[in-house]
Design a binder for this molecule. Structure first.
Ligand code: SME
Length: 157
């Protein structure tokens, strides 16, 4: 790995480390989940400059759009549909390097090129997903998965 890449990767981990500690403070100081989702979406979005960062909450049989940063998005996603509905159905994080290669990807924005969706567990079931879109290919990797899973685990308390 070149020195340049090594520095860039280190920067990502440092940003997530700080973000995690800030997120822990936010969640410790406020019990309302929607308010915390609003601040977490803003913090993640501002830290990395992603295209779209937000939450979909499980409401009845669907995912319903929650707090987010970025352009307007589709409001309701069925279980098993798109990256979000698939992450919900499988109960695991999905990293998509190229959204055009993901069958059934829901294109809320033509600018989105890569995506990560992280399920949020509380009381043993999925209550929401965190969805992040990038306008660049292959933005998300195992580092993003690991840290974003740690951040959303703060909701499970
Ligand atoms: N692309 C997502 C839909 C949500 S928007 O990206 C905000 C999906 O395929 O589930």
């Amino acid at each position: 790995m070149s020195e340049h890449l090594h520095i860039a990767e280190g920067g990502k981990t440092e940003k997530y480390d700080l973000l995690y500690r800030q997120a822990r403070e936010v969640v410790a100081n406020e019990v309302d989940t929607i308010a915390n989702m609003a601040n977490l979406a803003a913090m993640i979005h501002q830290t990395f400059g992603f295209w779209w960062t937000g939450f979909y909450r499980v409401v009845g049989e669907e995912l319903l759009l929650g707090p987010f940063q970025g352009p307007m998005a589709c409001t309701r996603i069925a279980c098993g549909r798109g990256v979000c509905g698939t992450a919900w159905q499988r109960g695991e994080t999905i990293v998509v390097e190229d959204v055009e290669q993901f069958p059934g990807h829901i294109a809320c924005s033509a600018m989105s090129r890569s995506e990560i969706v992280v399920p949020i567990f509380a009381g043993g079931k999925i209550v929401a997903v965190l969805d992040i879109d990038s306008e660049h290919l292959a933005t998300f990797d195992a580092t993003d998965k690991e840290w974003l899973e740690r951040i959303v685990a703060l909701f499970a308390r």
